[in-house]
Design a protein around this ligand. Sequence first.
Ligand code: FAD
Length: 274
Amino acid sequence: MLQLEGAKTNTIKTKTVILACGSAASPSSGSDGSGYNLVKRLGIRVVKPLPALTALESDKKNMKLATGVRASGSVKIMAAGRVVSEDTGEIQFTDYGISGIPVFQVSRFAVRALEEGQKVEAQVDVAADIKEDELVSMLKCAVNTRKHQSVSESLSGMFNKKLVMMICKEIGIEGNSSASDINDDICQKLAKHMKSLRYHITGYKSNDYAQVCQGGVDVSELNDNLESVNNPGIFFAGELMDIDGRCGGYNLQWAWSSGAVAAKSAFDYCNRQE
Ligand SMILES: Cc1cc2nc3c(=O)[nH]c(=O)nc-3n(C[C@H](O)[C@H](O)[C@H](O)COP(=O)(O)OP(=O)(O)OC[C@H]3O[C@@H](n4cnc5c(N)ncnc54)[C@H](O)[C@@H]3O)c2cc1C
């Protein structure tokens, strides 16, 4: 018979328990990470919970110029000079850094690398579908046919004006300057920069904002029935365990699937005790 102390005034005697307390991500939605303490009291190892599927913070100069812009592109995370993850989709430019689904997808690797003290950089390509030489030709064509407009206006059919203002600033020209001043060399520089916007990643949005946690109950402490090896009769389900997935329903699927395994295993365990 297992005996777990729950609320101070209430002790429940039971043959088996399924722990499904969720993670520390998004505490306002219910689970606040208190389940980890319960697990630790059983002597089960917990891998440090860290945010995953979260936004990344940067100290990039001029990034506030593009606040609020959403652009289709790719993001690549470099940790200690090595590509550790990349994804494509709609990137959101914010006043603190970068966000959006592709950034969420790569964030767990950036967070882990930062925790390990590595230098982390995000490289954003806002013209991922276009080769650099083609992009140069497109930029030349746009500025040459709209000489009477500003650079940012002349390119506004291709890129968000605020994004162009930021990119221009970074290569040392004013986005408000005349398109007629933009020569082939500048088009080359613009294209190169658009394909490799560099963000030094200095931090990440905390568990308060993350959708999922990486870390949790060390799965080496569990058997195939999701039962604690050293605490027979204690089963686990969902995000409380050190398992996290990409955006796309994988985390919910894991919660449901592991819940089914844990429930069946606990049922079988009870029957064996009778
Ligand atoms: C904003 C947001 C969007 C998301 N979008 C997606 C998505 O699109 N696709 C996807 O796959 N995943 C998504 N997720 C992640 C997904 O919701 C979780 O991975 C999943 O809900 C985890 O299920 P769970 O049952 O393990 O934990 P939870 O759903 O967190 O449930 C845990 C429950 O246990 C309760 N509890 C906690 N501690 C205790 C305790 N000590 N005692 C008693 N009860 C306790 C909590 O109140 C809660 O009801 C999203 C998460 C967030 C926050």
